[in-house]
Design a protein around this ligand. Structure first.
Ligand code: SAH
Length: 349
């Protein structure tokens, strides 16, 4: 069995160091890094600008394995859910969302999730394991392959990434950071920092590290405007209470003109009243914020209901009147269980 080191786990700097250590020029690392950003590259023999002996040497030592596409479901609204098989037979899902002039990929960061949010289906799977960098980057490559095969005339680019799939990205901090470094590097995938969003339940220490280590958009799964309600639906709030989370948001190093997105899943009778909206408006005062209201996606296994449309619009109205940018997230791919909080391969299997 080959050494399980996968070259796709390496950042550009690490690849350069790897070659320097072997007495080879660092630019070999850059050449490989570039190859690894291209779809349909599966073997060293395709890397035609590397000397043959080097390709053979690498073949003996490193893997280039990617998650395998196991299944693809296409929603009536064009959203596609991919099921990807990992080397240890675990399955993860990611979702390609068509927008007007681009695609967005909703990326998973873990197999399952340990956060136990009461309204989320992924939580019901429990936590299985963290994804390695190549398994995160691999979702992007598989999505690119699918989109490249499409024979439409005006091809739209895969431009945006949201870390809103299965798992809590900041609970897999080291691997997430590496994957982000690979995906954002101008010599590699070259995703724009403005178009990559990491969503978190609010792991405060890792939020601090993220702010220091890299610039990407931040989204906070807030879901309640008072500490008690939040603890009831999000167990993590007992560890990192709402006031501390808000403080961490206030001190987050945001580039000029950027806002933090606050996600707020609307649950009938739990957090959806006008008073809740008013509390939210006060809570976020002074933070460059954008509120993204997510009507709850119902599921037989989940004990909540989605509020009426009138109730949702009333909630939004309060935030708009208070001067916030507040949008209602359109549910995409609900018919194929690809909508927010519905990714849960083990349950479906
Ligand atoms: N763990 C990270 C990344 C997942 S993002 C986080 O929580 O931010 C997925 C988003 O969908 C989160 O905001 C989550 O709270 C929300 N969500 C989960 N279950 C949902 C459901 N049934 N309906 C609508 N949104 C849901």
């Amino acid at each position: 069995m080959k050494d399980c080191r996968n070259l796709r786990d390496y950042t550009l700097e690490e690849l350069e160091a790897l070659f320097s250590e072997r007495g080879l020029p660092a630019y070999r690392g850059r050449q490989i890094f570039k190859w690894l950003t291209r779809p349909f590259v599966y073997s060293f023999s395709q890397m035609t600008d590397l000397p043959k002996h080097l390709r053979e040497e690498l073949f003996g030592e490193f893997s280039l394995a990617l998650p395998e596409l196991k299944d693809e479901e296409i929603s009536a609204d064009g959203t596609r859910k991919l099921a990807l098989l990992l080397e240890d037979k675990e399955i993860i899902e990611c979702v390609i969302i068509p927008e007007e002039d681009h695609y967005t990929l909703c990326v998973s960061s873990q197999v399952g999730c340990a956060m136990r949010c009461a309204f989320c289906l992924t939580a019901r799977m429990g936590f299985r394991r963290n994804l390695r960098p190549h398994e995160i980057v691999g979702q992007v490559l598989r999505a690119k392959e699918i989109l490249a095969k499409e024979n439409s005339v005006n091809k739209k680019p895969l431009r945006n990434l949201v870390f809103m799939g299965m798992g809590e990205p900041l609970a897999n901090y080291g691997n997430l950071l590496k994957a982000l470094q690979i995906l954002l590097h101008p010599k590699g995938f070259n995703f724009s920092k403005r178009r990559v969003t990491v969503s978190t339940v609010g792991l405060i220490p890792q939020m601090k590290r993220l702010g220091e280590d890299i610039t990407v958009k931040l989204a906070i799964s807030l879901h309640a405007a008072d500490n008690e309600t939040r603890s009831r639906i999000m167990p993590i709030n007992k560890r990192y209470p709402l006031p501390d989370l808000i403080e961490a948001c206030r001190s987050y190093p945001l580039p000029k003109g950027w806002r933090i997105t606050f996600e707020y899943v609307l649950l009938a009778g739990i957090n959806d009243t006008v008073e809740d909206a008013q509390k939210l408006a006060i809570l976020l005062r002074g933070i460059p914020a954008k509120v993204n209201l997510i009507p709850f996606n119902e599921h037989p296994l989940l004990p909540f209901k989605c509020p009426s449309e009138t109730q949702i619009l009333r909630f939004q109205e309060v935030l708009l009147a208070a001067g916030y940018v507040a949008t209602i997230r359109k549910s995409r791919g609900r018919d194929i269980s690809a909508a927010c909080g519905q990714l849960a391969s083990r349950l479906a299997a």
